[in-house]
Design a protein around this ligand. Sequence first.
Ligand SMILES: *[C@@H]1O[C@H](CO)[C@@H](O)[C@H](O)[C@H]1NC(C)=O
Ligand SMILES: *[C@@H]1O[C@H](CO)[C@@H](O)[C@H](O)[C@H]1NC(C)=O
Ligand SMILES: *[C@@H]1O[C@H](CO)[C@@H](O)[C@H](O)[C@H]1NC(C)=O
Ligand SMILES: *[C@@H]1O[C@H](CO)[C@@H](O)[C@H](O)[C@H]1NC(C)=O
Ligand SMILES: *[C@@H]1O[C@H](CO)[C@@H](O)[C@H](O)[C@H]1NC(C)=O
Length: 759
Amino acid sequence: MAGRCSFAIILWLSLLLAEARSSISSEVYVVYMGSKSYRGDPEEILSAVHGGSKEKGRASHVYSYGNSFRGFAAKLTEEQALKMAEMPGVVSVFPNLKRRLHTTHSWDFMGLNADAAMEIPGFSTKNQENVIIGFIDTGIWPESPCFIDEGMPPVPSRWRGVCEAGDSFSNSSCNKKVIGARYYLGGYEAEEEMAESPVNSVKNVNFKSPRDSSGHGSHTASTAAGSYVNDMNYNGLADGGARGGAPMARIAVYKACWDSGCYDADLLAAFDDAIKDGVDIISISLGPESPQGDYFNDAISIGSFHAVSKGIVVVSSAGNVGTTRGSATNLAPWMFTVAASSTDRDFVTDVKLGNGVKLAGVSLNTIEMNSSVQTIAASDANAGYFTPYQSSYCLESSLNRTKARGKVLICKHSESSSESRLEKSLVVKKAGGVGLILISENEDDVAVPFIIPAATVGVENGDKILSYVNQTRRPSSLILPTKTVLGSRTAPQVAAFSSRGPNSLTPEILKPDIMAPGLNILAAWSPANKKMKFNILSGTSMSCPHITGLVALIKAVYPSWSPAAIKSAIMTTATTLNKNGRPISEEPKGKTADPFSYGSGFPVPANILTPGLIYDAQPSDYKAFLCSIGYDDNSLQQITGDKSVCIQPSPSASNLNYPSITVPELKNSISIERTVTNVGNPRSIYRSVVHPPSGINVTVIPKFLVFSRYGEKLRFTVNFRVEVPSKDYVFGSLSWKSEDARVTSPLVVRVVSSSEGLM
Ligand SMILES: *[C@@H]1O[C@H](CO)[C@@H](O)[C@H](O)[C@H]1NC(C)=O
Ligand SMILES: *[C@@H]1O[C@H](CO)[C@@H](O)[C@H](O)[C@H]1NC(C)=O
Ligand SMILES: *[C@@H]1O[C@H](CO)[C@@H](O)[C@H](O)[C@H]1NC(C)=O
Ligand SMILES: *[C@@H]1O[C@H](CO)[C@@H](O)[C@H](O)[C@H]1NC(C)=O
Ligand SMILES: *[C@@H]1O[C@H](CO)[C@@H](O)[C@H](O)[C@H]1NC(C)=O
């Protein structure tokens, strides 16, 4: 599908500010009390820890959650929090942590993506207008051309949401496209009080309302469900018509993210309302820091557990930590977790050296440089006490104005760096530089809208440029305007920044689940701080709403399908091959990728409505999963609010009826159970086809599944036996093939010798 309306740039200053603040310990705690039907009164509990004072209890109160689950947020001392955790009816008490948007660095990534036309032949947009997607994000710019409601029928009568007024947002700012909007400020204000800090010298426009000042929320919403816009572009780049994945679906906005991030107390309030309002899908492009804490100490996992229990699909981003093993977040099996890929659209910025050699880089450069300019390595322009090495990274104030003025500077950007690339162009500009060649050590091809003519190049081209400069008497270069190039490369590839599995909390569940375009995506933007209607961004924040759009397409056609069924349909029909029919590889080096990077692979929209078989799961399956990972009857009942009990002994978490199979600790052999439901031809025969992981004997019993009716469920067993032990994870696949469907699951296995314990 084509993402399009979006925005990008936020302020690095406010980010710095946020960093400075995050070290201050939180005083707000979230007290989670499980399902709605469980008894226990927040007010009583709150006054109890305040020595019975109802008044003190009320004064400390930040939020109550009671629409879809129970709990509250309050200002507490650590001691009170500990005391509360022991009280009956309390499932967990956790600090009001700040979560981050999964845009690589939001201000860095302005992207356009007009790739992958994810239209499904033969299916109209019929019934899409009955699908309501809730976006928990930075709000919305409702006047964007992506959110025009022309041609949309009246709002579904079942909708129970509101259009909440506030700064520059009235209760008529919503329309038949953006049908609801709310905002959540309590958790943010309690932590940051919107403090006037001296660092905050750059005034950002912020709205205490659902209005989006950052652009991230408008970008994600338009990628999933933007209306058709026929002249979307970023300053002339990536020009063309564009629309979201499900252009007739409805958007409901839950603004819980502010300049510095999104607090748990606010996120939980957003989930509480979204579930009650009647959304069908929740799209949440943000997440906890890696490694993620326990499921019931994390607002996103908790909120999505209750959402999925009510049949709402929750789609989330895996994170942008990059290739580190186990860095993926949003790990709960009830969530649909998305990795990011490249597309076949590139933003090529050529650098022409004085000797006539032309080298390709990437950026979003729309500024014309009229002549070749003297070019130096930033290490040769070190200022004051900065070493040449430090200056080579163009750190703040590290450049000598006398040496830099009027020149193109060659700066480096290190792989591990949390610095903003965009900021480096500011540093060069402040030193009087007129151009920037940025050598990116992680070569992630993220196109950045630098503020002076600039191009990001990889290490190989960077070395060529440095040696030209070193060996030439008056080296010069010319940075050309960016060209949009289609079909120039192998696509999709796993984006270098996309977070990787295995699942660091429950290794029996493969994460991420799926991959979608997240590199240089064009979509709607907020003009509040940067006067643009559209912007190009990168991150799993951008890949998540691509999957949200696909989920909406399925939901429109099969409104009664469970979240697990919809997820299964997208996962089991995905491909692990690129457009050239070769195995999907990873940026930047082109190494063959594996399920820890892309889960089940890259979706094939043409097949998602005809998956043949689905791996379904009901709330009871997630309850059994909780038993498998150590919950007892008591803690389970608090969460679910019913009389659920655990089967003893609980089966391995690998037995959750998931569309992928992971055995993280295979000793000699193990049998894993799965059940598939026939949603294809009533009478059909499926044959199992196994590509076993290396060194593992895999047998499937039975080998054939013979269905005689729609909806029929058949069970099968997959036996894994170690033949040749290998140290690391090994990968394979299991497909069920019929005449007209292929239902594929990744197999992920790690052998541990019988004497080895857990790792
Ligand atoms: C919008 O706000 C006005 C004034 O605050 C109120 O009278 C009106 O009922 C509201 N409309 C809706 C649809 O909530
Ligand atoms: C290049 O020339 C154009 C037209 O003469 C001018 O608008 C532009 O500012 C010049 N660019 C630079 C970097 O000086
Ligand atoms: C900058 O470079 C000039 C010329 O080499 C030198 O005279 C000056 O002291 C340098 N200034 C700083 C702050 O390094
Ligand atoms: C430049 O050349 C000199 C001598 O040829 C060498 O020692 C130095 O490392 C080179 N510097 C770079 C940045 O290539
Ligand atoms: C796997 O093991 C079974 C017996 O358990 C055997 O019949 C089969 O041939 C083995 N498969 C392979 C590929 O070695």
